[in-house]
Design a protein around this ligand. Structure first.
Ligand code: F6P
Length: 364
């Protein structure tokens, strides 16, 4: 019997369960493979006692449309930075990667499939360099990986954000208000940009293009005639005014290495007040609603393709690679290429040109 360990790491994302199901279903066509899941990324292996879940056809039956991940996830810690308390009661980290690889050997794990974003695939690369047979599956709602055309979960997030714009349009128009919708996107503004285009927003503010508040106000004012009118602004959580930093919040969660972004929409309200806005404003923050719930069909299909491909890479022994979508093919790329370059919105991209073409202002 050969054994594959599956882990879901980093923030959850609609489609994770469809990947897990596809791995298990594809493996069931081979006679001697067992799939197990590590609970909360690699924590399940690093914990004592070990926490794993047997992933058989019964366990994964019908999970393709469920949000979240049946094996849980975490974006804290990990084998290279395991948090421990030092003698002064302060948290520090230790490298437990060697110990984890030894434990996986002892457990009879022949290969690992790590489903995660750029941070998780950096861990995959480091584990691969230490000799672990590991395959990566890209996961991010932010769509910020350049080694794949797109990732599952992203289109679901765009749909959720677009639905929110559609709902805000009717209330904004009824009240003659400026509405600010804060979408996710810490460094990449893809969700905000797509929701702005799909929803017909007037202004879109993204991390890649710092905004000039006077230009934002100018665009808002164009939309009002004698105080009648409305404006929809979609702002990514990582957006910032020229010369300013993005809005952050302190986070004391042990082992949390990310910067916690929060307050982009509130800050924009204040900046517009200071710039002299005369119209009423309201804001809505979508937050994790964009990561929850049922994946749309597109993401389920892509997730299924990724899961099948990941298991086939295991069969081929093509370790050190991450599954990738290059239209129309599902291919694989070495981890080091997968993590070398993020995928950001660029001013000269066709989508930006189309967005400007329909009159969307980026405040620049
Ligand atoms: O990377 C995906 C993402 O959803 C970002 O857009 C967001 O900033 C971050 O995760 C939030 O993560 P957490 O679950 O830690 O709050």
């Amino acid at each position: 019997m050969k054994r594959v360990l599956v882990a879901t790491a980093g923030g959850d994302c609609p489609g994770l369960n469809a990947v897990i199901r596809a791995i298990v279903k594809r493996a069931s066509h081979e006679s001697d493979w067992e799939i197990i899941g590590s609970i909360q990324a690699f924590n399940g292996i690093l914990w004592e006692p070990t926490e794993i879940k047997i992933l058989d056809e019964e366990t994964v039956s019908g999970i393709h449309f469920q949000g979240g991940t049946i094996i849980e996830t975490t974006n804290k810690g990990g084998p290279f930075a395991w948090p421990i308390k030092d003698k002064n009661g302060k948290y520090t980290t230790v490298d437990r990667s060697e110990e984890m690889i030894r434990k996986l050997m002892y457990m009879g794990v022949d290969a690992v499939i790590n489903i995660g974003g750029d941070g998780s695939q950096q861990i995959s690369q480091a584990l691969y360099e230490k000799g672990l047979n590991i395959i990566g599956v890209p996961k991010t709602i932010d769509n910020d990986l350049s080694a794949t055309d797109t990732t599952f979960g992203y289109q679901t997030a765009v749909q959720i954000a677009t639905d929110a714009v559609d709902k805000l349009v009717t209330t904004a128009a009824s009240h003659n208000r400026v509405f600010i919708l804060e979408a996710m996107g810490r460094d990449a503004g893809w969700i905000a940009l797509n929701a702005a285009v799909a929803g017909g927003a007037e202004i879109c503010l993204i991390p890649e293009i710092p905004y000039d508040i006077d230009k934002v106000l100018e665009k808002i004012n164009e939309r009002f005639v004698r105080d009648r009118g409305f404006t929809i602004i979609v702002i990514a959580e990582g957006a910032k005014a020229i010369g300013k930093d993005s809005s952050k919040e302190k986070n004391d969660e042990v082992g949390y290495a990310n910067v916690k972004l929060s307050g982009a929409a509130s800050r924009l309200v204040e900046e517009l007040k200071q710039a002299g806005i005369k119209h009423d404003m309201r804001k809505a923050v979508l937050g994790h609603i964009q990561r929850g719930g049922v994946p749309i069909a597109y993401d389920r299909v892509l997730a299924t393709q990724f899961g099948v491909k990941a298991f086939e890479l295991v069969l081929e022994g093509k370790f050190g690679e991450m599954v990738s979508y290059r239209h129309p093919n599902i291919i694989s790329v070495p981890f080091k290429d997968a993590i070398s370059k993020p995928h950001f919105v660029t001013k000269d991209s066709d989508l930006m040109k189309s967005a400007r073409g329909v009159g969307i202002s980026f405040g620049d």
